[in-house]
Write a protein that binds this ligand. Sequence first.
Ligand SMILES: Nc1ccc(C(=O)O[C@H]2C[C@H]3CC[C@@H]2C3)cc1
Length: 227
Amino acid sequence: ITKEQRALIKAILDAYNRHQIPQDVTKKLLQEQYSAEENFLLLTEVATSQVQVLVEFTKNIPGFLSLDREDQIALLKGSAVEAMFLRSAQVLSEKKPSGYTEVLEERIRKSGMSEEFMTPMFNFYKSIGELHMTQEEQALLTTITILTPDRPYVKSHEAVERLQETMLDVLRKLCVLQHPQEPQYFARLLGRLTELRTLHHYHVEMLTSWKTNDHKFTPLLCEIWDV
Ligand SMILES: Nc1ccc(C(=O)O[C@H]2C[C@H]3CC[C@@H]2C3)cc1
């Protein structure tokens, strides 16, 4: 790993750790009473807060702000769902003593979300948990998801691809260093990105079913997901 790559890892990890869901949102998850309506409202708050965190994190990805402005928006809109599930999977798989993960899982299960969506989502959470990713790997994998060149409406495909390749190169080297006994570890991480895309598809259906049952979204969620 070169000096520049070490600096890149540090910049991305700092940004990833600096932008987390605010305490007041996680506290609410623990305190509010349980009902499908209340759980849905809390999930809406979690999702909204995760999108805000995602936007702030993305702005700190070295090179992102030098991309074409419209492409920056296209990348954010195209990756929001995947970055959100990646982050919530990482949060849920850290068995924190705060009981936050159990409560979030409980509220997700009782939020009026359809069964057919819940199963793939919790399978994904489990598969992320089994990887025992380091903080750097989590931050880099999220960055790679955001810098996916083939999102809808991305114009300068090559510019995004160059940036993503830089991150993929760093992650590959990091995996070799941090998981020497698992030569396939890097490939397994990238395999999670494929699983994320199927979740993305389920998510669109989940949003539509919530919308048709007149569930309220925040303006930010409506804007980022065009609902
Ligand atoms: N009004 C909405 C509420 C929640 C979501 C959502 O995607 O929730 C995700 C955030 C994390 C908790 C459930 C999943 C993972 C979308 C619209």
